[in-house]
Structure formats: C-alpha cells, structure tokens
Design a protein around this ligand. Structure first.
Ligand code: HEM
Ligand code: FES
Length: 777
C-alpha cells in the first residue's frame, strides 16, 4: 500500500516497494525527470507537460515530493473538493527552509499564518463571506475610469517613442497602483515592493540555492516588517477606505472569524496577490496576442471581442500556472490512488490545454466561447476573489492599445525570461515597437474614438461569434439542407474534432448543428439542417431564408460529444439527422484504422442525409435500415456482445436513446455515449412547472426560483457566480452540489448512477422535484 508522501522532497518514490511486484514502481522515467525549475516549464508549461496529459495524467514527482495533476477534469475535481483536498499547503515553502533560513526569518519576527487562500472550512467560508463585499461588480465599476486614465497618461509618455518595454513602462506599475488603491494601502514605492514580491515568489514557489535562500529570507523578512508597519498605521485609523480597512473593521467586529494572525498574514500575502498576478497576466496576454497576429487584428477590427480575448489569454498564458492542495484522507485522482498527506500540484496551465475539454486547445482563438472555463483563477470555494479586478484591468489595457497603437508589434529577437518557480508566470520584460508616424491619432489629427460601455465580470456570452459566409447550400433529401460556410475574411477556420458542433446565429435565431465536413479542410465548415415544419422557426430560417453569399454569425466549434480514441472496437448508431456527428466519428475512426461499424436508420432513403458520401467513404462498414423498405434496426441483436473494450456512440431521437440506455445498464461504465438531437430545444412552460426555493448553505441565502425561470437564472440574478455554457443540459458546466432535496433531472450529462445519488444537478435545466433544494454554494 502507498505510504504517505513526506513533507520534504526526498527524491524517493512514496510507494512502499515491498508491497509491489518487481518493477512495479509507479514513478516513470519521465516523472522522475520532471523539474519545474528548469527553463522549459516556464517557457511553455503546457507543452512541457503534453506527455503527461496524454500518457500519465497524474504522476508522482520525486524531485518535488508532489503528485502532479495535468488533466482538466482531474484538476477541477480536486479544486472542487476542498475538504478532501485541503488548500492548507497553498503558501507552504515548496523548497523546505534550512535551519539557517528559519533563523533569518525568525530574526524579522516572520510569522506567516493562514490567510484565506490556505484556510480550511468552516473558517474559510465564514471569513470569505465577511470580506466579499468590496469585490462585488457594482463596487468595482468605479475603478475602471481610474485604470483607463492611468493607462492613457502612461501611454502618452511613450506613444511617440516608437518602442517600449510594456512591463517596465506600464504593466507593473498600474496594477500596483490599483491594488494599493483597492486595498487602501499607502504607496510604498514600486521598486521595493517589486523586490519583495520576487523574494516572496521564490521563497514560496521557487528552488533557490542555499546561499540564495539566505538573501531571499532577508527580503521576505523585510517585506513582512514593512507589511506589519503599514498594517499598524492603518489600524490606528480604522475608518479608512479600501479592502484592508474593511478587513480591519471586520476583525474588530468579529475577532473570532477574522483573527489577528489573519490580518498580519493577509497584509503581506495580498500585496503580492493583488498586483503581481494582474501585471503578469497582462504581459502574458499582450505577448500571446502579438505573437498571434490574426487574434490581435480581430480585436482591432472588433473590440467587442476583447472581454473574451482576455479569457482566452488567461487560458493559454495565465499568470498562475499551478496551485497546491493536500489530501486529507486516502483519495483517488484520475484513477491514481493518492495517500493521505499526499501533496498535489494542480497544473492549471496544462489543464487549460486539455483536448478532452477544449476543442483545438493549441490554437489561440479569441472566438472560443468556452475560454472562460479556464482554471487560471482556480475553481470552487477558493476561486479567486479578485478575478474581476484582474479581468477589468486587462480589458482596459487591451482596449487602449488596439485603439491607439493597432500597428504595434513585438520587437524581434527577444527571448522571454521568467522567474524560476512552480506557479507565478510573467515575462521580466516585453519589448514592443511601432511607427509613430502611423499612429491613428496622428493620421486623423484627433484622439482615437472611445469604446463601448463596460461591464465588470465574465464576458457576455452573446457576441462571441465570427462572421462567416454561406458559400454553398444544397438539398440533401426531403427537408434536409447541407450548408457550407467559409470565413468572411478568407482566414482559416478553426480545427475541430469528431462530435463537434457550431451554433448558427442569424435572424434572431441561434441553433446548434453537428459538423460533418472534413476536419482537415480549414477553409470550410459543413452542417446539415433538418427543416422542422412544426419547430420554433430556427431551422426554417436557416433552410428557407438563408441565401448563398449571405454573411451570418457562427459560434464554436465546440465539442460536447467527444470520441474516446483509445478503445479497441466501435459501434456507431445513427437515426435520422443524428447521422451528422456519427459520420464525423466514422471518418475519424477510418483515419485511425480502428474497427468500426456504422448503423444508420431512417424513414426513407429520401429522408436520409449524405447517403452517397456515406456509402462511398464507409463501404463495408455501414449498414442502412430504411423503414419504407421494411428494414428495422434491432438494437438488442446488434449490441449483443458489447464488452469493456467497445464503445457505442449514438445520436438520434429520444426513443432511440431510451432504448440504448436500457440496454446499456448491462455494460461496463464508459461504454455507451450518446447525444440527443439538439433539435429546437424546449422553452420552460410555466404552466407545467412549479416554483421552488434554493437554499444556499455556504452563502446563507434563500433564492426563489419562479416557474418561468431556471435555477441558473435565479442564482445568477442573486449574484451567485455559477458558470454555464450550453444552457441546455448538454455540457455539464453548470453543475452544482446538492446537499438535500429531491432533484428533477433534465440534463443529458449525468449518468443514471450519478443521478441516483441525488448529490449533483445541472442548474441550467434541472429543477427541484419538491418545494425546496439545498445547495453547497
Ligand atoms: C485566490 C489567481 C488577481 C485576490 C486565487 C487563486 C488563484 C488566483 C489561482 C486560488 C484559487 C483556488 O484555490 O481555487 C489570480 C489571477 C489573477 C488574480 C490569475 C489575475 C489575473 C487577484 C486580485 C486580487 C486577488 C487582483 C485582489 C485584489 C485573491 C484572493 C484569493 C485569491 C483574496 C483567495 C480566495 C479564497 O481562498 O477564498 N487567485 N488572482 N486575486 N485571489 Fe486571485
Ligand atoms: Fe451546459 Fe448547464 S450550462 S449543462
């Protein structure tokens, strides 16, 4: 049995080898070689861990003494369970202090204790609730004009120069000024704080040599004393404005919840957390956008995309790339047993590139609707409280630059330098250049036009769409139309994988359609739309009104129906228009050389889409069942010999799925995967629904959910931040934990076993079966 991982990295394997078969050591050569303090990790953390995401998603690193978690679902699951995986190690020195270092720190009276980010429940939530107000969007809106003014003044200083190091000239100082203002802390001098912040980062997340450690400890000690001096001055006049003053007042009112030791530790931690993160994230974002010129140009052409671009930048180049937890009991992560006391390094930068979650993850796509699902701000009970301050500043900076210096470029020949540590990532300098004679304000002899109104918070879901042109439209049988789109400006369209869909947005309609063209064709995207005469009008619009040559908006591609490519054998089942994702899967399996059969049922040949292509490309694999010709698809016979090595993928109407689900109860977990027709989606019918109450245990709130609103809408209206994506019960993003009350499940994500536990529900569609439901929110 695995023994507990020890506190200090021992360089040894934590598993008891005596209990294993010979050569059973779970530490692979690559896991043993993993060293985040080498340059490659900082240069491109997601690339550096690509092998792990694919082959060894949770591995033990003997050099670190941590279990390294690299896949999206696993990282999120650990973040979500902050009881089993305690955050108490979040600020622990990853390189244990030598006795000399401890002595130096003691000399400064250093007594870093729990703050918020590393506090356990129930203390953490009680504290977080008391200290939340200043972070609410309505309280932050006033900071936006301040950031904008500072940004403009700072740019004025260098706009005619033609060259700048954006870090030194702008991105370090403005987030610092804003952080101090937000906290209510007097300006302490940027240079000294910068030195302190570097010391704090290296002390907590770095691997300095013993000599360096001594010097760092002196700086950390000075930082501590400076923080205490500031705190004491603030405590002498506790009526000031700012979050640290709020905290001091809450300490006076509730010393049990916000104790003295918290005040002292937080004062130091927040000085680093509130600005370093934002400075780094901004520099990373500009580096990302300028080295992907088409993304930058898309923002210059359409600044409304900037809020989403900020999320995409946080996904591909976040400023916190790994965070820590410790298992409070024996646990399992991604199938790997973690012993009690085992420490976990959750590599968000790797999770954010997981193709199991993000379609086409290696591409920088400012149109990616799911960008906001990145884990850079953490997730769950400890999710970053300051995320909307960081987002807001990044948005303002990008807006000001696309307005005033759209022709700015990265200065050639520079290499990015990063501080060697596990977690904080941002370049030391970022040189850019431009031709001042071409500045739009100079050419127009007028200031660049102002941008549209500003909202605080995650990006609005609407409007994250790209312009495409309908290039071809052809009948595919009775009531079926094949539509082919190309990008409006001729630039390549994003890559996609089998099972992916796009949303077509036009004429007030928005509908999802599975892609069924060839993924390697980056110039076109193809769907087949079934005209539903009795539907709500969307499919009629796309079949009847849309004309070749017309421009429309397209969101995605996104994939909620992924093909597990690791199985030995595949059975694909399609009925009616459900063929489109199945055809894409058949294409993929053929390309992979995997054994597969495709079973396709329809009412008549005239009502079956894409028949010539299917019979041509999948001859020998395809079986057709044409009802008008007396053929029926008999599922029990077809699926008589399904085992763990098989995968059954299906798409079709509800009754097909119901029959499959019934058959699937006899198969091992993970064999059956299906997607309903997305069809026209049902609106809530208030006449058939009942109102109920959602009690939020953590926030101490009662939220009324009326009959005509979803639980998600009611939660969001109450200011509770539950992420959502599809809004139709398809993606699983809006899942909430249920503590009590019966659930009326209406999603298409949870398995029957998961439903039966009555512990999870999808807030966008599922409801309380009774009058009340209690949620862990
Ligand atoms: C927590 C990232 C900006 C205040 C966190 C966590 C991360 C993070 C990864 C830990 C989350 C977890 O354990 O689940 C970032 C990034 C930022 C940013 C990437 C900028 C782009 C800020 C700002 C502030 C702030 C500007 C304050 C003004 C906090 C606080 C917590 C926190 C108070 C602790 C929350 C808790 O434990 O309940 N942040 N942060 N952050 N952050 Fe941020
Ligand atoms: Fe997709 Fe609820 S938002 S399942």
């Amino acid at each position: 049995a695995p023994a507990a991982a020890t506190a200090a990295p021992t360089g040894r394997c934590p598993v008891d080898h005596a209990a294993l078969a010979p050569n059973g050591c779970p530490v692979s050569a690559r896991a043993a070689a993993f060293n985040p303090f080498e340059g490659a990790y900082m240069q491109a953390p997601a690339d550096y861990l690509r092998w792990a995401r694919e082959e060894e998603p949770v591995f033990y690193s003997p050099q670190l003494g941590y279990w390294v978690v690299t896949r999206y679902e696993d990282v999120k699951a650990v973040f979500r369970d902050n009881i089993l995986f305690s955050p108490s190690v979040a600020l622990e020195k990853i390189t244990p202090a030598s006795p000399e270092v401890l002595q130096v720190l003691q000399g400064y009276g250093f007594a870093m204790n729990r703050t918020m980010v590393n506090e356990d429940e129930p203390d953490h939530m009680a504290r977080r609730r008391l200290l939340m107000d200043a972070f609410l969007p309505e309280r932050l809106i006033g900071f936006e004009p301040m950031v904008r003014q500072l940004a403009r003044q700072t740019m004025d200083r260098f706009v005619d120069r033609g060259r700048a190091d954006l870090v030194a000239d702008m991105f370090y100082e403005i987030p610092l000024t804003i952080a101090l203002k937000f906290l209510g802390v007097p300006d302490e001098g940027a240079e000294q704080l910068r030195q302190f912040a570097v010391a704090h980062t290296l002390n907590t997340w770095g691997r300095p040599t013993p000599e360096e450690q001594i010097e760092i400890a002196h700086n950390v000690g000075r930082f501590w004393q400076t923080a205490q001096r500031i705190l004491d001055a603030m405590r002498a006049q506790p009526d000031g404005e700012g979050w640290m003053y709020d905290t001091i007042r809450q300490h006076l009112a509730h010393p049990d919840v916000v104790p003295e030791s918290y005040l002292r530790s937080m004062m130091m931690a927040i000085l680093a957390a509130a600005h370093e993160t934002t400075s780094n994230a901004t520099a990373n974002a500009f580096h990302t956008l300028l080295s992907h010129r088409s993304a930058w140009e898309a923002l210059c052409a359409n600044p409304a995309l900037i809020p989403n671009a900020v999320e995409e930048c946080l996904r591909v180049a976040g400023s916190i790339i790994a965070w820590r937890r410790v298992a409070t009991a024996d646990a399992v992560v991604g199938g790997v047993p973690i012993p009690q006391g085992g420490k976990l390094l959750l590599v968000q930068a790797s999770a954010n590139f997981d193709p199991r979650h993000f379609e086409n993850p290696d591409e920088v796509d400012v149109y990616r609707e799911s960008a906001v699902e990145h884990l850079t701000f953490g997730y769950g009970a400890h999710q970053c409280m300051g995320k909307n301050i960081g987002r807001m500043q990044m948005r303002v900076f990008i807006e000001e630059f696309v307005r005033r210096l759209p022709h700015m470029r990265l200065a050639p020949g520079q290499t990015m330098e990063y501080l060697s540590n596990t977690s904080f990532r941002g370049p030391a300098a970022l040189w850019v250049e431009w031709d001042p004679a071409r500045n739009p304000e100079r050419l127009a002899h007028a200031p660049a036009p102002q941008l549209a109104a500003f909202t605080i918070g995650p990006p609005p879901k609407d409007g994250i769409t790209r312009s495409v042109v309908l290039q071809a439209k052809a009948p595919e049988g009775e009531g079926l139309w094949r539509l082919v789109f190309a990008s409006a400006d001729g630039s390549p369209l994003p890559a996609w994988s089998a099972g992916a869909h796009v949303d077509l947005v036009d004429g007030g309609y928005r509908r999802k359609y599975s892609l069924c063209g060839h993924p390697e064709d980056r110039q076109h995207l193809q769907v087949v739309v079934q005209r539903e005469a009795e539907g709500r009008g969307g499919s009629r619009h796309f079949c009847d009104a849309l004309q070749v040559g017309q421009r429309l908006q397209l969101a995605g591609p996104k994939n909620l129906f992924r093909l597990d490519e690791s199985a030995a054998r595949y059975v694909l089942i399609a009925a009616g228009i459900g063929i489109t994702p199945m055809l894409a899967m058949a294409d993929r399996l053929k390309a992979l050389g995997k054994p597969y059969t495709l079973h396709y049922a329809g009412r008549s040949r005239g009502q079956m889409a894409l028949l010539p292509r299917i019979t041509r490309d999948h001859a020998g694999h395809v079986h057709l069942y044409v009802k008008a010709e007396g053929q029926r698809m008999a599922l029990p016979a077809l699926l008589a010999n399904i085992g763990a090595q098989d995968r059954v993928y299906a798409c079709g109407p509800g009754r097909l799925i119901d029959e499959l689900e019934a058959l699937g109860t006899a198969w091992p977990e993970g064999v059956l995967h299906y997607e309903h027709f997305s069809g026209e989606g049902a609106a809530l019918d208030p006449a058939k629904e009942h109102a109920f109450v959602a009690e939020l245990r953590d926030s101490n709130l009662q939220v009324q959910v009326p009959a005509d609103r979803t639980l998600l809408q009611a939660l969001q209206a109450a200011g509770v931040d539950v992420p959502c994506d599809c809004n139709e019960g398809l993606c699983g993003t809006c899942e909430v934990a249920v503590l009590d009350g019966a659930i009326d499940h209406r999603d298409k994500v949870l398995t029957q076993a998961e439903r039966a536990t009555q512990r999870r529900m999808l807030a966008c569609c599922s409801r309380a079966a009774g009058q009340k439901i209690v949620l862990a929110l």
